[in-house]
Write a protein that binds this ligand. Structure first.
Ligand code: ADP
Ligand code: MG
Length: 484
């Protein structure tokens, strides 16, 4: 089928209109006026974590499975050589450190690959967005073109390139272009079926998958290597705790207490990160902390948190850790955290949260820049969120979101839900009757829509107000507009 955007002008012939257009049969036909891919192309959203500890054997296993030995090639060529896709699935419960390992690994090995793509695979809409972004970064699609809006086209362009990853498209076809090496990460594949339409079948490259699903390991094609990620061992866990609390010179007793804390937390990195935040902020010694912790965790009703059976199973230590970290926050920090807990965790643009006019109507919300930054600092210090300075985005772990929402009363949830929807609505570019800013509008919508989708998922818990006001119509208006 002809795609309308693939009608391009023939170079150097702008003398007549009709004659100067040529139909290009399909994007996959690279022989005609195709810009070369922009290489190296490394799309890695998270930066390296300076506090990363341990995991040596896992990183080595990844290296063996996905990088060495040197010949990471090749597609079936004229000699009929078999395709060679290397895959590895990193499985384990939430907060175990899968994303961290994947991030650390790709930063370590990226120089060995011409292209590295990071795909967020927890939602179909996010997979599609990640592929579109990759297509644009690779130069297969122009960011400012209408093509960039066509997610199927973008997906096919990327899959097409992965199957035939030419470094340049030669005009003369007697010379074969060299093939590029590529590495693909599918992060957070909670439902393996989601990959069906995005799997680089018949391609030669390396694919790393992270998943909470223990079955994923066997599901991902029987030939796939994989590992069920264990917790940090005791020395790694203690090291992480000491690094994050910044405590170096310790008495023998304190060191023992630190090891005991790491052990209580089951070596679960997310729990250790949370507790390190609590300990550092409260300026407790490890022994003081141990004493307090043991007293509190003996109570059945942990800070009044209602645990459903599924959540209780997810690991008590972890739930307790998250709840502890939520204690004693300033009101504005707590409200900001509430807002963050109902948005998409993988990057909240700060223009949604900071100095948002709709925030003024939300009691306790940090409505101006100064108070926003104060609240943000507190949440950063408690390791409840992280921030990427260059892209001005906030990240929060899903499990922390779960803990924050579990702790809310239904009333608090309703206020959080409707007020956060208003924050989104205030920055959503509703269509004005003007032309020309389509691309801007689309880029904005693309950025905000994962947050609208997340809220749609949380909608079942929401009790809409009995009396409608103009304010309560913001939400439906946004959901309708976002659905286009
Ligand atoms: N090896 C590690 N070194 C330091 N911190 C880690 C490590 N693994 C995990 N963490 C911490 O634990 C948190 C949760 O890890 P993450 O990789 O996001 O878990 P998962 O992807 O398994 O849910 C991270 O944000 C980070 O703070
Ligand atoms: Mg993860």
């Amino acid at each position: 089928m002809l795609h309308p955007m693939l009608i391009t002008s023939v170079e150097g012939r702008d003398d007549s209109t009709a004659a100067s257009f040529q139909m290009i049969p399909s994007l996959a036909d690279f022989s005609i006026e195709k810009a070369n891919p922009r290489l190296p192309c490394h799309v890695i959203p998270l930066s390296q974590n300076r506090d990363f500890v341990g995991r040596r054997t896992i990183l080595e296993a990844l290296e063996n499975a996905l990088v060495s030995p040197a010949e990471h090639r090749s597609v079936s060529d004229s000699s009929g050589e078999e395709t060679h896709l290397r895959t590895f699935a990193l499985c384990g419960s939430g907060g175990m450190g899968k994303t961290q390992i994947a991030t650390e690994f790709v930063h370590r090995i990226k120089a060995k690959f011409d292209a590295v793509f990071w795909v967020r695979a927890d939602e179909p809409s996010k997979i599609a967005q990640s592929f579109s972004r990759s297509a644009v970064s690779l130069g297969l699609i122009d960011a400012d073109s209408m093509d960039a809006r066509d997610q199927v086209l973008a997906r096919d362009a990327v899959l097409g390139w992965l199957a035939n990853p030419l470094k340049e498209y030669k005009q003369l076809d007697d010379q074969r272009s060299e093939e590029a090496s590529w590495f693909l990460v599918f992060d957070n594949v909670d439902n393996p079926d989601i990959l069906d339409d995005y799997w680089p079948a018949d391609s030669a490259g390396s694919v790393l998958i992270t998943s909470r699903d223990p079955l994923a390991k066997s599901y991902f094609y029987s030939r796939s290597d994989g590992i069920a990620l264990p917790p940090l061992d005791n020395s790694e866990a203690t090291k992480l705790l000491l690094n994050l609390t910044g405590r170096r010179r310790l008495t023998v007793d304190e060191r023992k207490a630190a090891t005991a804390v790491a052990e209580i937390l089951g070596g679960l990195p997310l729990a250790i990160t949370q507790m390190a935040g609590v300990i550092a902020r409260s300026d407790w010694s490890f022994s003081e902390f141990l004493e307090l912790y043991q007293k509190e965790s003996a109570q059945t009703d942990l800070f009044g948190l209602q645990l459903g059976p599924s959540r209780a199973r997810a690991g008590d230590e972890h739930t307790i850790a998250s709840v502890w970290a939520l204690q004693n926050l300033q009101k504005e920090s707590a409200v900001l955290l509430n807002a963050s807990s109902v948005l998409d965790p993988d990057g909240i643009p700060e223009y949604i949260l900071e100095d948002n006019p709709a925030g003024k109507l939300w009691e306790g919300y940090p409505s101006d820049s100064a108070s926003y930054q104060r609240a943000r600092t507190e949440l950063l210090q408690c390791s409840l969120i992280t921030r990427q300075q260059d892209t001005k985005r906030i990240f929060i772990h899903r499990l922390i979101q779960d803990a924050v929402r579990a702790k809310m009363s239904d009333e608090q949830f309703d206020v959080t839900f409707s007020s956060t929807l208003s924050l989104l609505s205030a920055v959503w570019p509703y269509e004005e009757f003007s032309f020309g800013n389509e691309i801007y509008r689309w880029a904005r919508c693309e950025e905000i829509s994962p947050h609208v989708f997340k809220m749609q998922k949380l909608f079942p818990r929401f009790h809409p107000p009995r009396q409608l006001s103009a304010f309560s119509l913001e939400g439906p208006k946004l959901l309708l507009d976002a659905a286009w």
